[in-house]
Ligand binder design. Structure first.
Ligand SMILES: Cc1ncc(COP(=O)(O)O)c(C=O)c1O
Length: 294
């Protein structure tokens, strides 16, 4: 039997580095029993954490929002993640890190006081999105957003996202764009949403109904730096249907063009001119970041 490549991976669990195969958590961990925890995903380019400050701030915001105490100082977070990166040979990686409220022997919705949070982190090779997907874009459907009203918290409780991914797959779509009960676009199942109309980029404003994506924020900076008009505005499904371009953004997929929406071509049916500009500037922004690192 071929050993899984993951058996070679080193993970961080509660102050210790260990082989992934040896990492074990308690069945009474509140993350396991209740999905009671938060997480982050951070890309690493050329061995360097990309937009670490922003990811750490979002982690702190998520922890504070669910009243889990931050178990580590900023420099402890940085040092543990850098150690994890150094233990793996991949130039580009992405870190998954998770903090749960900790172990509570008696299952109870009400958390006991003074629990010790469980801290887990591991890293993966970060593969670029395949060239044919970048060139052709993806096929997306709209679905009712069935999530809760605190989507700005990066909670590990992702059952609705899993169900919506499955629903998209059942309709032979790559992903779904979510529509709130008010008929407004919120985001993707694991990404933020953008559309372009007549040369202007639109994205929904930050609210409890979507995650403040780090990639979204980079795209906003790039658009502003290059004088490409971008407006944060509510987007109705009708507006989305009339869009010239649609994109999804996330740390691991960057800006990805949606070229089919509910079985119909978006614009020309190929990634659009504004996406091409933003993607070119995004790649340059990353290269600049890589060059600036020691
Ligand atoms: C629901 C959701 N929205 C947006 C994003 C994009 O966030 P980021 O750009 O910080 O990766 C993600 C990322 O996984 C997500 O899960």
């Amino acid at each position: 039997m071929n050993p899984s490549p993951h058996t070679e991976q080193t993970v961080y669990l509660n102050s210790k580095f260990m082989p992934m195969n040896d990492s074990k958590i308690s069945t009474q961990d509140r993350g396991f029993l209740f999905g009671d925890g938060v997480y982050e995903v951070i890309p690493v380019y050329n061995g360097q954490l990309f937009r670490f400050k922003e990811h750490l701030q979002r982690l702190k915001n998520s922890l504070a929002a669910v009243s889990i105490s931050n178990p580590l100082t900023d420099s402890e977070w940085l040092s543990l993640l850098n150690t994890l990166i150094e233990k793996h040979p991949w130039q580009n990686q992405y870190i998954y890190l998770q903090v749960t409220r900790g172990i509570q022997m008696q299952r109870d919705h009400l958390p006991a006081e003074n629990l010790t949070p469980t801290v887990y982190a591991y890293t993966n090779p970060l593969k670029l999105v395949a060239a044919h997907i970048i060139e052709n874009g993806i096929n997306v459907i709209t679905l009712e957003d069935i999530r809760w009203l605190k989507c700005d918290i990066k909670a590990i409780t992702l059952l609705p996202n899993v169900m919506m991914k499955l629903a998209a797959k059942a309709q032979n779509a790559d992903d779904a764009i979510l529509v709130s009960r008010e008929g407004l676009i919120t985001e993707g199942t694991a990404s933020n949403a953008f559309m372009v109309k007549d040369g202007t980029i639109f994205t929904p404003p930050i609210s409890h109904q979507l995650l403040p994506g780090i990639t979204r924020e980079v795209i906003e900076r790039i658009a502003s730096a290059h004088n490409i008009p971008l407006i944060e505005q509510d987007i109705t499904e009708a507006m989305l249907n009339e869009a010239d371009e649609i994109w999804l953004s996330s740390s691991t997929k960057e800006a990805l063009s949606v070229t089919t929406l509910n079985g119909h071509a978006v614009g020309t049916g190929k990634p659009g001119a504004i996406w091409k500009k933003i993607n070119t500037y995004y790649q340059a922004y990353k290269q600049d970041f890589i060059k600036k690192q020691p």
